[in-house]
Design a protein around this ligand. Structure first.
Ligand code: TPP
Length: 629
């Protein structure tokens, strides 16, 4: 590493001059070296994105024979695997913890059973939990929760390492990280206390989370021959979601052109404004209000599929993709006002829009939680009087949009404003490519699920539960807006975990009737045992649709393929599993369908959901087929 300069800043970046190594990677490598130095030689890694900076150092250390890595999909299992490693060491007379590495969010909470056991039994256990930077906590940022107090009294020690510490403090930061790792290992082994147990290293990483393509690293894990060409690295953290180049957005909003004549507006005098409504996931009627507001103001509506707002003439498909084009950037540059409802978390272009400080952003919220990831919200408005919060679908008070528009002093969209957004979406390259329209792709499968809900007679469609990762992002991109009320669709977007989706679906099914859940193969396998049924329990009306693309395809749409050797990408990120979902489902007592093509899938989806079944949509590896959001 380079020597400290006189200020001690930015001197711990061992990349090249043109490609300084991101602080996240410097800190991660320091942690891995310190772990090895402290005697840890077994790491259990559960795949995820926030923990990505650790991967190059772990892979290199394993190649150098300095430690062993085991990749385990389910963090609850990973915690117990690490516990088992430590117990075997204890049998051999050594107090030596294994480290379990997770991404942020519910992944961390899944360690708790093993932590509780390690605490009670006095078994060394080292929890290396990747986290978001401090400024993201409590803002609604994707996969962000309070991780440092999560294990309560069970943790012997929790070290919370701030993001960018090595960039801020130089060599002093590197030494501080190494020292804190040593403290954590000592706490786990009970070196000073004779009280071994769990200890947590909470590592906060600020993007970039991967090296720049072509950068050399001391661990020898720079871009290897044969890796994919660069896509996009180093985007500022906005929301989660696949990376895609964001077209430059001019800073100052332009006024409407001469072609757009101001239009009289009964509700707000004659004032006009270029506004958009962004509707994220919502657990209450917020989305319906957002839609009503967009329709009242004639503003474009950028509504996620589980917002409850994906319908009506204002709603757009492919809006995030549009924002990445020149045409979209031109439209975005004209935006003066944004009203946000619910919890948007799916795409970086929306995160970038909400991070702009040259427009006014107002947040509508039905609860005391709201999304303001970039701290740019000018106001936060309680959306509904308590009496209306759980109003049944379609019964939103008709006066609400006008009241809201008055309260927030919102102007009507200029004539043609929404139409121009629709036209710009229509001008995007055709998708699906007409030549592939009949092919059973992942996009086609999730679109078929949504279309079946749109086609069903009112009230007859099963409740839709949507899995995290690309499944919900595919729908966000492609789901056609409903003419009437949006299809009833829910997703666990609070922390966007891939855990518990099937159990959530079961709960919904035993409460509200037939449920259709659509998930990726890892999301399915993470929670497959939730489909196991007590032999005396009634069979739920639950249909599980697995989009099996051979692991976590989302990672191939992020920055990692450009900087990760293909074998490492597969092993540490995509993590294809050896399990056949269909065989597993059959063993669990589900009826299994394997539609041979798109037409067969569509036909199946038009049948009502009865009993417990699996629809296994087997795809050729599609990694990277959808790099647009
Ligand atoms: C509990 C939990 N662990 C890990 C993650 C990190 N993660 C996000 S997406 C993903 C892969 C999901 O794969 P799959 O369900 O097959 O969906 P695909 O990416 O193919 O759409 C992982 C591991 C998470 N969100 N939640």
């Amino acid at each position: 590493m380079s020597a400290a300069d006189s200020t001690g800043r930015n001197n711990a970046r061992p990349g090249t001059d043109s490609h300084p190594e991101p602080p996240s990677l410097v800190a991660a490598r320091t942690v891995v070296r310190a772990l090895i130095h402290a005697g840890v030689h077994q790491v259990i890694l559960a795949p995820g994105s926030r923990s990505a900076p650790l991967v190059p150092a772990l892979a290199a250390a394993e190649r150098d024979g300095k430690l062993r890595v085991r990749v385990v999909l389910d963090e609850r299992s990973a915690g117990f695997v690490a516990l088992g490693c430590a117990r075997a060491e204890l049998l051999a007379g050594r107090r030596r913890p294994a480290a379990v590495v997770t991404t942020s969010g519910t992944a961390v909470a899944n360690l708790h059973p093993a932590v509780a056991e390690a605490d009670a039994a006095g078994v060394p256990l080292l929890l290396v939990t990747a986290d978001r930077p401090h400024e993201a906590v409590g803002t609604g940022a994707n996969q962000t929760t309070e991780q440092t107090r999560i294990f309560g009294a069970a943790a012997r020690l929790t070290v919370d390492l701030p993001a960018d510490i090595t960039a801020d403090l130089g060599q002093a930061g590197v030494r501080a990280v190494a020292g804190q790792v040593r403290r954590a290992v000592d706490a786990a082994t009970g070196a000073l206390t004779n009280d071994p147990g769990p200890a947590q290293l909470n590592l906060r990483f600020r993007p970039p989370l991967a090296p720049e393509p072509g950068a050399e690293t001391p661990a020898g894990t720079g871009t290897a021959p044969g890796v994919a060409p660069p896509t996009q690295v180093g985007l500022p953290e906005t929301s989660g979601g696949p990376a895609a180049p964001i077209a430059p957005v001019p800073a100052a909003p332009q006024r409407p052109g001469a072609a757009e004549q101001p239009r009289q507006n009964a509700g707000n005098g004659c004032r006009e404004e270029h506004g958009v409504v962004v509707a994220g996931d919502a657990v209450d009627a917020t989305g319906r209000y957002a839609r009503a507001l967009a329709e009242y103001l004639d503003w474009p509506l950028l509504a996620e599929p589980t917002s409850g707002a994906r319908g009506g003439p204002q709603a757009l498909t492919r809006y995030a993709e549009l924002l990445n084009t020149r045409a979209g950037a031109r439209l975005a540059a004209q935006v003066e006002r944004v009203v946000v409802a619910g919890h948007p978390s799916l795409t970086r272009p929306i995160g970038a829009l909400l991070g702009r400080d040259d427009l006014r952003i107002d947040v509508l919220t039905g609860t005391s939680r709201w999304t303001d990831v970039a701290g740019t919200a000018a106001s936060v408005v309680p959306l509904m009087p308590a009496a209306h919060r759980n109003a049944p679908a379609g019964t939103a008070a008709p006066s609400a949009p006008a009241d809201l528009a008055d309260a927030l002093d919102l102007g009507q969209g200029p004539h043609g404003w929404t139409a121009r957004w629709h036209a710009a979406v229509a001008a995007l390259p055709a998708d699906p490519d007409p030549a592939r329209a009949d092919i059973l792709s992942a996009d086609a499968a999730v679109t078929a699920v949504w279309d079946a809900a749109l086609r069903a007679p009112v009230g007859a469609a099963p409740l839709l539960v949507v899995g995290s990762s690309l499944t919900i992002r595919r729908l966000d991109r492609l789901a056609a807006p409903a003419r009437g009320p949006a299809p009833a669709a829910i997703a666990n977007r609070g922390l966007a975990g891939i855990d518990g989706t099937l159990a959530t679906s079961l709960g919904a099914a035993i409460t509200a009737g037939p449920v259709r859940v659509v998930v990726g193969d890892l999301t399915f396998l993470h929670d497959a045992m939730s489909l196991s049924r007590g032999s005396l329990e009634a069979e739920p009306d639950l249909q599980v649709i697995v989009i099996d693309d051979g692991g976590g395809a989302i990672f191939s749409t992020l920055e990692y393929p450009a900087v990760t050797p293909p074998a490492d990408l597969a092993r540490f990120f995509t993590t294809p599993q050896a399990t056949d979902p269909a065989a597993l489902a059959a063993a669990l007592g589900l009826r299994v369908h394997r539609p041979p093509g798109l037409a067969a899938l569509r036909a199946l989806l038009d049948q009502p959901v009865h009993g417990l079944s699996l629809v296994h949509v087997r795809l050729a590896a599609e990694a990277g087929d959808n790099n647009s959001t």
